[in-house]
Design a protein around this ligand. Structure first.
Ligand code: PEP
Ligand code: MG
Length: 549
């Protein structure tokens, strides 16, 4: 459904294109006591302030023009003696460097905002300096303008002057920001650079990645999901119209359907997923709903949450995974205690089996939600390793009235035993995140071994092939719900190895759809076969990339 969002237009231009959102800004540091001596804590602040000052001066020099003056003024904020003094005092009071920087700059921004008009717009610049310093202290990168091969409309809460000054104008068709005013630096720089922009668009939080928007600076209106008539008017007014990608069902070039489904963690993610072309849900991670719950949620409460999600997909497939507690997602009501290696501990089906009452309640709630909605419900269990665990879950779920029951294959043991496990199920879904972690013995939470977390590794691909073959032999549908499905090249390989549908972060659906549309099933199988004889992840990827170049 089309919506209109009003803000303050900058200039008179009009642009149309798919939206891409800037990642959320860095969050407020918690107000906790510092574990360091004040002197050491303050030394970190000094280092970060100097680095940010240099960075802003450098960015300004490279941007030139008005941006240079604006960024230089920001660099001075990073050295403002009153703020620096304020930070020193807060650090002296035992606060962390991050919190002290946040509080001191927040105070400064509020003072400027209290003065009204132009200085008020500078509050945003002050907060940007603080975020840069905090990112530096945390050793993390600042959220950056997203990259895309095709032009897009950039949607953000606000943009820092440095972001606006360094935008790639061959890609950014227009800007829409929730915050900001006519006098904000985003607006000033947009005007100077002739970028179509709307600032202060308070309702713009609803815009999701991939959604087509018309940005009409003259009227200050953003129109989402415009109809053909509105698009034609925009084109007549000179809008650079980038044809939105059609939201057709996923398919190979020979017509083989490959439904493209969404991975979601809450009912609120349903509408954006539909807007991005999701044909259903391939993984609903239910544990995300209960991470803060002290006691097990009631059947009624669960039923209403599942109903909320399923009603957005009436008539379509919704694959719900029962609680996958453990590892990085502890649920208090499943009695988790400290484990040295939680990824190898009492996780998924292991924890549920010990708390069968919780599992029964969840399955009962799901049966209820299915009868309340028209969704086609498929239910699966996480972390099963063998026939015993598969048979346990499948028979319990069926006895409670569920019609389509399966498991996630993500433990290498289950993949090796795919010929035994898969025929017991109505379907299986491959969890490539855990399958990769366990196959390569590399903790997926540990940055130090991130390079091992590569599903292109032939060892992982061979396991996926075993699962695909077992599905084929027993006529059991095989899908993929791990992050690997979001990689367009890998998506082709997964289909070649036997996956019949793919589930991913909704933002990836457009690119995966385009990649699949370029190959036949025979070609996907041939490419997949070639990956299996490579000796490394890099070689497997290269063989596919080169063949399709
Ligand atoms: C997986 O392991 O690939 C998966 C989809 O599940 P999760 O990422 O929630 O563990
Ligand atoms: Mg998993």
């Amino acid at each position: 459904m089309s919506t209109q969002i009003t803000g303050i237009g900058v200039g008179h231009g009009i642009a149309v294109g798919p939206a891409l959102r800037m990642p959320d800004p860095i969050g407020e540091p918690p107000d906790v006591e510092s574990q360091l001596e004040a002197l050491d804590e303050y030394a970190r602040v000094e280092e970060a302030l100097t680095a940010v000052t240099d960075e802003l001066v450098d960015l300004g020099r490279r941007a030139g023009g008005d941006a240079e003056g604006i960024l230089e003024a920001q660099s001075l904020m990073a050295q403002d003696p009153a703020v620096v003094d304020d930070i020193r005092q807060r650090v002296g009071d035992g606060k962390t460097a991050e919190r002290s920087v946040y509080e001191a700059y927040e105070g400064y921004a509020r003072v400027l905002e209290g003065l009204g008009d132009n200085p008020a717009a500078r509050g945003a610049d002050v907060r940007d300096v603080a975020r840069r310093v905090i990112a530096r202290l945390r050793g993390v990168a600042l959220p950056a303008v997203p990259q895309s091969e095709t032009p897009f409309v950039l949607v953000a809460y606000d943009l820092a002057p440095a972001d606006t000054a360094t935008l790639d104008l061959s890609k950014v068709l227009a800007l829409v920001t929730r915050d900001g005013s006519n006098a904000s630096h985003t607006a000033i720089l947009a005007r100077n650079k002739n970028i179509v922009a709307i600032v202060g668009a308070a309702g713009s939080d609803v815009i999701v990645n991939g959604q087509t928007v018309i940005v009409d600076a003259e009227s200050g209106q953003v129109v989402t999901d415009p109809d053909l008539a509105a698009l034609a008017v925009a084109a007549e007014r000179g809008g650079r119209v980038i044809a939105p990608r059609p939201l057709t069902p996923g398919a190979l070039s020979d017509g083989t359907p490959v439904p493209l489904l969404a991975n979601v963690g809450s009912p609120e993610e349903a509408a954006p997923a539909v807007a991005l072309g999701a044909e259903g849900v391939g993984l609903f991670r239910t544990e995300f709903l209960y991470l803060d719950a002290r006691s097990a949620p009631s059947v009624e409460l669960q039923r209403s949450r599942y109903r909320d999600l399923m009603s957005a997909f009436a008539g379509r497939k919704v694959v719900v995974r029962v609680l996958d507690a453990g590892a990085d997602k502890q649920l208090a009501f499943l009695g988790h205690t400290h484990e040295e290696n939680p990824a190898l501990g009492r996780r998924g089906i292991r924890a549920l089996r010990e708390h069968e009452d919780v599992l029964r309640d969840q399955l009962t709630a799901l049966v209820g939600a299915q009868s309340d909605t028209g969704a086609e419900l498929w239910v699966m269990a996480p972390m099963v390793a063998d026939v015993d665990e598969t048979a346990y879950f499948v028979s319990l779920a069926r006895s409670l009235g569920l019609g389509t029951v399966g498991v996630t294959v993500e433990v290498p043991a289950a993949a090796v035993l795919a010929d035994q496990v898969v025929p017991l199920c109505d379907f299986v879904s491959i969890g490539t995140n855990d399958l990769t972690q366990y196959t390569l013995a590399a903790d997926r939470m540990l940055g130090l071994v991130a390079q091992y977390q590569d599903p292109w590794h032939p060892a992982v691909l061979r396991l996926i092939k075993l699962i695909g073959d077992a599905g084929h032999a027993s006529h059991t549908p095989v899908g993929v719900c791990g992050e690997a499905a979001s990689d367009p090249l890998m998506a082709i390989v997964l289909v070649g190895l036997g996956a019949e549908d793919l589930s991913m972060s909704p933002g990836a659906i457009g690119d995966v759809r385009a990649a699949l549309a370029g190959v036949t099933l025979a070609r996907a199988r041939e490419l997949a076969e070639r990956t299996l004889t490579q000796t490394s992840a890099a070689a497997a990827r290269a063989v596919v990339a080169e063949a399709l170049a």
